[in-house]
Design a protein around this ligand. Sequence first.
Ligand SMILES: [Zn+2]
Length: 240
Amino acid sequence: MSLKDEIPKIVQLQEIDSRIYNFAQEKNIKIPQSLEQIKDESEQIKQTLSFFEDKIKNIQLAKKNKELDLAAKEENMKKNQAQLYQLKTNKEYKAKLSEIGSLKADISTTEDDLLTILDEIDSVESDFQKQKKEIDGKEREIKNKEAQLRNAIKDIEAQMHNLEAKRQRFCGQIDKKVLAKYEQLLQCRKGLALVPVSNSNCGACHLALTHQKINEIKMFNNLVFCENCVRILYIPDDIC
Ligand SMILES: [Zn+2]
């Protein structure tokens, strides 16, 4: 086994792994976050709808009560008007007329209240219609977005499956010890186990490398690690 042959393979393997890593981030972190956001938006819509439903329900109930109230008052008025003709004395007659006057005023106030409620119903319903248009649009948008994300997951899974298969084939050609070290580092180095040296610096953490270190890399005797970020170092020009 010559490291000079193995390092380029690891470079290629890492390209595959970094694609797998990015897909996994997308699938396991970013997309679930977006789906969670969609759930929140959808919950807000439900709350708005239920706010209007409650408001309309309450106001309809107020209308019904006011109508019952008015009907009862009108009924009472009829009774009093009928009594008017059965009264014997002028005094009783006057008293009843005055009572009827008060009842009329009360009925008139109740009718005004009912009109106010009817206006309120119109206004709430018109508000609701306006909001409903916006909500319907938003709901469609959310559904589309969710469908897109679900499709993206399927697409990512298919691509990851292909990459995994490619990776398996590729790993068969790599020296087992080198591969094991690489994989161990990959686990804890966020998908970046092997980095190129760039202007005598580590390509990941930018630590300046000593001449001795650079020479060690060039000799291909052992894997050489950055002392700071503990990644395998290679010099791109040396493996072409
Ligand atoms: Zn480093």
